[in-house]
Structure formats: C-alpha cells, structure tokens
Design a protein around this ligand. Sequence first.
Ligand code: SAM
Length: 276
Amino acid sequence: MTGVAPSDPKPPVGVDPTRASIARVYDAALNGKDNYEIDREVLRQVSEVAPEVNDLATDNRSFLIRACRFLAGQTDLTQYLDCGSGLPTAENTHQVVQRINPDTAVVYVDNDPVVLAHGRALLEENEHTHFSAADIFNPPEVLEDEVVCKHLDWTQPIVLLQVGTLHHYTGEHNPADVMQQYIDALPSGSYVAISHFLDPQNQYSEVARKMEEVFLHSPMGSGSFRTMAELQEMFCELEMIDPGLTLCADWWPDGPHLKPLNQVQHCIAGGIARKP
Ligand code: SAM
C-alpha cells in the first residue's frame, strides 16, 4: 500500500507525502518517526531481496558517529561541513563533536523539505551550529553559500563529511569529480569522511546489485552500489587514515564483532582521509 497511512503525522506545508524522500527513507530505516507510508514502502521493497536492509542505515550512522568522535578527539579541527545532514536522530554531528570541543562550528547542508521544515530548528541548536539548504552535488553552490562562507573560515582546515550521500548522486559526472571540487577548495590539513553503498565484488555482490535495482526503480529513485576502487577514487589524492577504506562495520568498531556480519553489512563502506 502506498500513500499516507492513518497513523502518519500530518506533513508540513509544502511536503509531498506521495513521493518518497532519501532523508525520510533513511529515517525509517533508523526507526525514526519522521517518515510516511511511501518511504516505508521503499524499505519493504528492498527487504524482499535483502531482509537486513535497515543495517545499511545503522552501520552508516554508526560510522558517522565514530568518525566524528575520532576527528574531534584526535585532531584539533573545530570546523565541520556536514553535507547531507539528514533528519535529526538520536545523536547528531554537532552533539558528538561539541561534546569534545564545545566551540566547534558545524554547518549542516541538506535540501530535503522535511529536514528544512522541522529538522532545521532541532539541528540549529546553539550559536555554533548552522544550516544551509544548498545542493551538495553542486560544489560551487555550497562553497559560495552565504551560511557556509559566514561560519567556516576557508583559510583554516575543515572537516568535510559526505556520509551516506554520494550513492544518491544521479548526475552525469563521476562522483569523484564532485569530490575533487570540494577537495580543491579545502585548505591543507583538512579531513574528508565518506561512506557509500558498496558492491564488494565477492559473494555479496549479487545482493548489492539486487538492492541497487530495487532502490533505483523505487519511489526514491537513487542508491548506486559502487566498487571499492570507485569509492577510493572519491578520496582523490588525499592520504588515507588508518585503517583506510573498509566496510563501515570494520572502521574502528567499538569492540570485537561477536557475531558474523550479515550480507548487507558487506555492502556499505567508508573511510577518512587527510589533505596533505
Ligand atoms: N549524512 C547523514 C548520515 O550519514 O547519517 C544522512 C545521510 S541520508 C542517507 C542522505 C541525506 O542527503 C538526506 O538527508 C538527503 O536529503 C540529503 N541529500 C541528498 N541529495 C542532496 C542534495 N542534492 N543536496 C542536499 N542534500 C541532499
């Protein structure tokens, strides 16, 4: 069934609940409440080929939190540009990094109307946290954006987050070209974190390609699974930080894996790199 279920909250003005959105599908996969029936329908379709589909989102979000904790704790950078922030959830970038350095500036960028309608207020929680509605796949628009320019000092190193975003790029360029434009603009000493749906080119390749097929033809219409080599290309000439590009579940996990990873957990990878 598609459309608005009786239990669905009333959509904010201007939001079309008959079209799935990346931010809301992701929210649904994280067990959030800011989603509609059409968004949950996307996940139901994917779960027919990969019942553990929600773990794509869970592993991605856990990577984001660990990456932020690492960057805030191990570098002295106090400026973050979070591209594709998503809807506010249990723990958000500014909460993780400002817990370690309270003066850290975080600029979130997201163009989803629900994120704009009520996520923005929750994310702009304090004077160091800001929000812009620019298009993250149009680097000049982000780099020239008023909020981004006002709150980030581009003469000093910046952390750029592209976590769970680039697999939704449907433009004509290679996503590595999009990243190259950001990386060219970053000062030396900056860090870049990327996570992305993975075709692991092994026994899990088949499930990756099946999920991709469903995502691309679903009401969400995006979600490309790329190879490790294609993901590595997105870091351009940067120096990878140990352990390099790995499955999100394997990137400095919080502890040992006590149970084997399921098939979906082999289909999302991430890493962090530094601009020399
Ligand atoms: N980065 C968060 C994380 O990893 O937990 C959220 C990832 S969510 C899967 C992707 C986000 O990117 C969504 O909130 C979506 O609205 C946003 N997004 C997608 N395309 C965008 C675009 N062209 N410009 C701005 N935001 C975009």
